[in-house]
Ligand binder design. Structure first.
Ligand code: HEM
Length: 232
């Protein structure tokens, strides 16, 4: 049996082809973009404030937040912002990130991906297996970070758990933080490496060529559903 096109054939609500010329494709509306950048800025601030508290050699970074006490106070609140912000993004994107058989084939031919032989790969829906891995990786690590972070949030929840429990929570919290830093680097690297991707999250659009080359099934789905130049 061939890969089920029905599973992968999904498009986002605002995804539309604009005839041009040049052909442009809407990939993210303003709501999703604002949501994405709030999430991204929150994670960057969490990384800086978290690293500042992680090791004495990085303590100087607390100056950016107005000293050690302020850093300790603000870090968990930024975590709460990140959690809700990512959750809103997650609710809108999870269906498009469900893995399918094309993803297995794509991942097994990772050499062709790296060497730019996309003609040998299956046609893809809105996301490839790498993007889906990053999506689910971030989602699960954020759950680990928020739950262990709450256990270690002395001010409000300290009385609910013992000190040894809080220490274990902090150890898991730090390991999850290292993992999300690696995934974050991978995400930003992939966005820059695949030329023409960044505009998806800045202007909301990609070129027709980008969509045809990297996510042809997504492009064909839009065309098939008549999502071309909305009624003006
Ligand atoms: C400076 C940092 C970042 C840059 C430059 C960046 C860039 C991008 C770009 C260009 C896309 C569109 C990719 C595409 O649609 O093909 C994207 C999607 C996305 N980004 Fe980021 N991003 C950054 C940080 C983050 C952070 C910190 C998170 C989460 C903690 C995040 C979560 C996502 C998610 C969930 C998507 C949608 C992809 C999917 O659903 O699989 N991004 N990002």
């Amino acid at each position: 049996m061939s890969a089920s096109p029905k599973v992968a054939a999904k498009i986002g609500g605002e995804d539309t082809i604009h005839r041009g010329p040049p052909v442009e494709v809407v990939r993210y509306g303003p709501g999703k973009r604002i949501n994405h950048w709030v999430t991204a800025i929150s994670l960057i601030l969490l990384l800086i404030s978290g690293l500042a508290m992680f090791h004495p050699s990085l303590f100087f970074l607390t100056e950016l937040f107005g000293g050690g006490q302020n850093t300790r106070w603000i870090h968990p609140w930024i975590g709460v912002v990140l959690f809700f912000s990512f959750f809103i993004l997650f609710a809108q994107l999870w269906k498009l990130n469900i893995p399918n058989r094309d993803d297995v084939k794509w991942a097994s031919q990772i050499g062709d991906v790296i060497n730019g032989h996309e003609e040998r790969l299956p046609e893809l829906g809105k996301y490839n297996a790498g993007q889906k891995f990053i999506f689910w990786g971030m989602a699960s690590l954020i759950i680990v970070l928020i739950s262990t972070g709450i256990i270690a949030w002395e001010q409000y929840f300290g009385h609910l758990t013992s000190i040894p429990t809080q220490r274990i929570a902090l150890l898991i919290h730090s390991l999850a933080a290292v993992a999300i830093i690696l995934i974050f680097i991978l995400h930003v690297y992939a966005a820059i490496w695949t030329r023409g991707t960044i505009s998806a999250m800045t202007r909301g659009t990609v070129t027709g060529g980008w969509a045809w080359r990297h996510h042809r099934k997504w492009f064909k789905d839009m065309a098939g559903r008549g999502k071309i130049d909305p009624a003006e």
